[in-house]
Structures are given as C-alpha cells and as structure tokens.
Design a protein around this ligand. Sequence first.
Ligand SMILES: Nc1nc2c(c(=O)[nH]1)N[C@H]1C(S)=C(S)[C@@H](COP(=O)(O)O)O[C@H]1N2
Ligand SMILES: [Mo]
Length: 357
Amino acid sequence: MDETTGTLYGPEELDLAARNHAMPLEALRYDLTPAGLHYLLIHYDIPDVDPAIWRLAVAGAVETPLSLSLEDLRARPRVSAAVTLECAGNGRTLMEPRAISQPWALGAVGNAEWTGTPLAPILREAGMSPDAVDVAFAGSDHGLEGDIEQDYERGLPAAEALREDLLLAYEMNGQPLPPQHGFPLRLVVPGWYGMAHVKWLRQIRVLEEAFAGYQNVQSYRIRAAEDDPGRPIQRIQVRSLLLPPGHPTFQPRVRHADPGRIEVRGRAWSGSGAIVNVAFSADGGRTWIDSELGPEPTPGAWRSWTAVWHAEPGEHELCCRATDASGATQPMEPDWNVGGYTNNAIQRVPVVVAARR
Ligand SMILES: Nc1nc2c(c(=O)[nH]1)N[C@H]1C(S)=C(S)[C@@H](COP(=O)(O)O)O[C@H]1N2
Ligand SMILES: [Mo]
C-alpha cells in the first residue's frame, strides 16, 4: 500500500522495482559504492554486445566520422574519477500523487570510480561543427516507450558535451564495466542526473539542430501538468542522505536504537557546486545542528558528513539538509511535477529509542 495515496502498488511497478534495484542506504558507509550495491536503471533489456566487433561511431556534423574499437579507446589518455550518479526519479514514491514509473524511495544513488577516456578531444579530432547545437548519445538497448520504438538515446547541449570532465568510461571501480552498468562503454557526465550517462554507447551524433529524441522531448522533463511541454532535466539538485542508525525490523522497516551517543553518518552531493553545509535534526526538522563535513571530494563526487546524536528513549525523526556553494538548499517538502522527478526534499528517518536498561 502507498501510504500517501492509499492505493496499491501495481504489478508493473513491482516488476520495475525488482529489475532496477536501489542502493541499500547502509551502503552510504562506503566512499566508493561497490558495483553490486550501486543502483540500477535499465529502461529496456541489457543488450548483448560482442566487444570483438563492437565499435563506437562518431557521426553527424563532423569533418571526419570516426569508428573506434575498444582497443582504440583504451590506447587513448586514461582518466579515473569518482562520480555520484543519481536517478532523476529518486524520491518519486515520496511525492503525492505518485507518478506510475520506477518506484524509487531514496536509494537511486551511488558513487563509483569511473575510468575511461575524455570525450572532448575525440569530438575535436572528429572536427565537430562550430554550428553544433546538441550531441546525441545512442545506446545499443532497444525498446518501446510512449508507443515509440527506439534505442535509448539522450542529447546533451554541445557546450556540455565539450566539457573536459566528461568521460567515455570502460571501467567501474577498477573492473571492466559490468553488463548492467553499460559494458563495454558508457558516457559519464559529472553533475547531471543519471539519464544523461548513456550506457552501452554505440553512437555519438553531432547535430546542428536541437535533438528531438524521446528521452529529451517527451521524457525527463519537469512538467507542471500533462499538457505542459516543461523543461529538460539536467543538473542534480542538492541532496543529503543519512545512514539509518540502529537496526530495522524485517517488515515494516521501523528502526530501533539504544539510548546514548550515536554518531550519525551520511553523504551529500549537488550538481551545482560543492557542498558547504549539512544540517542534522533529530526532531523532524524543528531544530538543527551543523554536522561535521568530511574532506572536500573531487568535483562530482559525494561528500561525507557526521553528526552526534544523544538519543533519549522515545520516538524520534532524523533529518538532514544540505546546502551547496550556489546557495541552494534542500526543501522541507517536495516540489511536485507530473513525472515525479528531481525530488530533493529532506529525508525523514523515524527511530524508536529503547528505554534505559
Ligand atoms: N542505454 C541506456 N543508458 C542509460 C539508461 C538506459 O536505460 N539505457 N538509463 C539511464 C538512467 S535513467 C539512469 S538513472 C542511469 C543509471 O545508471 P546505472 O544503472 O549504471 O546506475 O543510466 C542511464 N543510462
Ligand atoms: Mo534515471
């Protein structure tokens, strides 16, 4: 049952939830999310790609179209970066009324180390048109969405595609990309929501007009109503999460802790600047203290934080609220939109603290 709408989750949502798993929140303890605990979002099926014959095509408005093998890409400059990926639908089930789609609670996030070669030099070598407007990135995965048969394909504005920090990644946490994370190659766009990080990449197309593909024009837009064309989703909004302390019951997942000093830990990230503060509350957001921030991470990766909670017997609600260098801070309540996207409202974790023994 969905507590907010009082309606049952349907089999379609259950199917998606089982295919595309979240990162369990206790995995917030790892600075680099182990691949098996990183969240997954796969629109269609994981495609069958033979790396021996696979090529990356660079096509469209370029002087010299390219066809690159995995060996060609591996022979190019090698760069590694820790990058926080978050699905734009993270927090969807906490918005009311809910959108029927991948039913994320809060775990659609992970912070892996991606290794690959920078994209921008490849675009320059291909002689990208100075009149380029967008660059479209196509995956090998194929399916139907909104009655349109398509390969998953998402466009980026040309200026974003030319950023020096975008990677064509062939490794995750020092291992070849796992099939579910885009083997043999994926795009990594630090600071942008997950939909831009195209997996199973097979073609890069430079366009002198705006990309009109489904994932840019119909989907992944912030819309106030069904007939609102809306605006495309781009950068990750500031957010923090805490690692729920104590221990859960199997079902429902109510948390229990012993009274006393508890060090509450978490992570915070934003696509619009470094994290400058994470506030912590043990009373549902009525009063706040500043947490202690961990070392400043490399751009695009999440930052750790800790706060000390002196837990008294009774019922409590733990919350955290991050602020980034642009001055953006997390709202107390979600900002509703049709697709249930970019909900960065503060997390609320009820904890029952036992009586003193
Ligand atoms: N080709 C392709 N790329 C894709 C997707 C997809 O379904 N197909 N899903 C996107 C979405 S919506 C997200 S949130 C991220 C998830 O990446 P992950 O599964 O590696 O965590 O991949 C993106 N790249
Ligand atoms: Mo996503």
